[in-house]
Design a binder for this molecule. Structure first.
Ligand SMILES: [Zn+2]
Length: 95
């Protein structure tokens, strides 16, 4: 028993020294979809400034894990970005 505890401490000597630390029960902060949270937010493919939040510096569309958007809104974002690219508001690539 004492041995086990010693081992645990050895393994955890990285970032978290808390004995109660268990990655299984880590508090999960669930991201709320920015489009669901803001009811007045309207996705517009003609609004380049708005869509720039959803693409990275290479011009790629950010994944859901980055945008935090729900499936419905992620699909809407993708469609809007693609439309914006077609009418040359957003770039297809950069560099
Ligand atoms: Zn949503």
């Amino acid at each position: 028993m004492a041995d086990k505890k010693q081992n645990n401490r050895k393994r955890n000597n990285g970032n978290n020294m808390d004995d109660d630390f268990n990655p299984k029960f880590r508090k999960i902060r669930r991201k709320v979809c920015p489009l669901c949270a803001d009811k007045t937010f309207e996705l517009d493919y003609k609004n380049g400034e708005q869509l720039r939040k959803f693409i990275n510096d290479k011009g790629k569309i950010l994944p859901r894990r980055a945008t935090g958007a729900c499936a419905t809104h992620q699909r809407a974002i993708t469609l809007a970005v693609k439309r914006a690219r077609h009418i040359a508001i957003l770039p297809y690539t950069q560099d």
